[in-house]
Design a binder for this molecule. Sequence first.
Ligand SMILES: Nc1nc2c(c(=O)[nH]1)N[C@H]1C(S)=C(S)[C@@H](COP(=O)(O)O)O[C@H]1N2
Ligand SMILES: [Mo]
Length: 526
Amino acid sequence: MQLPTDTAPAERAAVRPVATASATASAAALAGTVAGAAALAVSELLAGLVAGAPSLVVEVGAFVIGRQPPGAKQLVVGIFGTNDKLALNVLVALIAVGLAALLGIVARRRQGLARFGYAAIGLAAFLVSLPDPLVDPLLALLTCLVAVAVAILTLQRLLAIATPAAARAEMPDWSRRRFLGTSLGVGAAAIGGGVVGRLLLDRQRLETPPGVPALPPVAAPTLPPGTSLEVAGLTPIVVPNDRFYRIDTQLLTPRLDARTWKLRIHGLVDREVTLSYADLLAMPMQQQYVTIACVSNEVGGDLVGNALWGGVRLQRILDLAGVRRGASQVVGRAFDGWTCGFPTLWLTDEGKEALLAVRMNGAPLPAAHGFPARLIVPGLYGYVSATKWITEIELTTLEAFDAYWVPLGWAKYGPIKTQSRIDTPRGGVQLPIGRVAVAGVAWAPERGIAGVEVQVDDSPWAAARLSTPIGRATWVQWLYPWNAVAGRHALRVRATDGTGVVQTAAVQPPAPSGATGYHTISVSVG
Ligand SMILES: Nc1nc2c(c(=O)[nH]1)N[C@H]1C(S)=C(S)[C@@H](COP(=O)(O)O)O[C@H]1N2
Ligand SMILES: [Mo]
């Protein structure tokens, strides 16, 4: 590939008048903006077309995520969610384009400095994308070179059009129109190209990952009758994979290759063990329903779900390595360095069937949910336990290591708090007078749910009907038939866990250890 390092002779002639007359600052800023947008678009397109080429926006975003200052809780809460990932993408793109615009203004007087600026941004983007295990360093280098070349050439072209032929001359009308037309044209192409590139990239990541075999058959627990209530608008007792909530620090879905994937069990063990995907599949498998939840779920939020997880008992894997006495923490580490950690004691308590899961609702784990393998630990929030795309299990002590979210202000221990949610009716709706099915879900994994009560305005709490619990690790559905009378009403819900403890009414935000309080909605009847 030939990468222009300097202007072609013809262009040099066109650019020369810069010394005597130059584009207006606003024209130069526009030219720089368009140049920056074109460079980003090229990187998105390359990333979408060639697996292993980086999206520079994503890589810079990942760098920002990885460098949150400790205690920046608001920021930290923010990047858990999907909308916040979009916001971070947009923010990175805007800052990049803003810098490019400034360099456009610089280029009016000092072309060399502007070029140097673009090259420096390109170099920074290259360095930042190197730690990403899914990025090919050579492709990253090429992407950055092409992006910088596109930025420099676009800027030069546009400035040449915007520069009056003679000193102190005003830009004539026709040339202003040409400049604006070209800028808008290139800008629109950049936006279109960038969007197409990102769509391709998303699609590439959602394709079935390489090396997914037909999984061996394994018995699923049969559900007792009554585990599901039929109510319109109620969350299904088992959430399908494509509707399951997704939370992680990855801006794109990682696609790992099962053929090369390895899991290393090390640390305070008698012998280090490394397992391949095939090794795992050859081990005895079991399936169990477990409700997992995100610590950043707000009261009434939907970052919680129940699925049938299939895999190898974690204890069996730990036994292969032989956990040494003195090991007090299990650390799960993902391919990208993300970590979680929980007490080994959590596993030895009776009935805590933690899994190294390879299946979700019968299918191989979807890429978004951790393919090839992830941890599922009943009763613990995801951030301390549910490592997706896991590549290492390390046995250590609780004192020796704090996992990813702990130094960022989240609690070291993350048992899931008892919670309940009203799914239907939706808050704010208008209802007819008469029978209304008020229904939702309630969960206290590992303790189970013993009861759910509903309160209408100030009336006494009334018991709701429960679905037959699948087990202590899963949520239940509840139903309360309400005789609605005219007026505005507040509806609230609370659950009692399997140990008889009523969910707390004290209102707490998600940070640092999970939100508490009663989900309350208001509806108008009549
Ligand atoms: N590798 C990795 N695993 C991860 C995370 C992450 O950021 N990276 N987030 C955790 C969090 S905070 C939660 S709540 C669960 C969510 O799992 P899900 O996306 O399958 O619902 O995954 C956990 N596993
Ligand atoms: Mo989470």
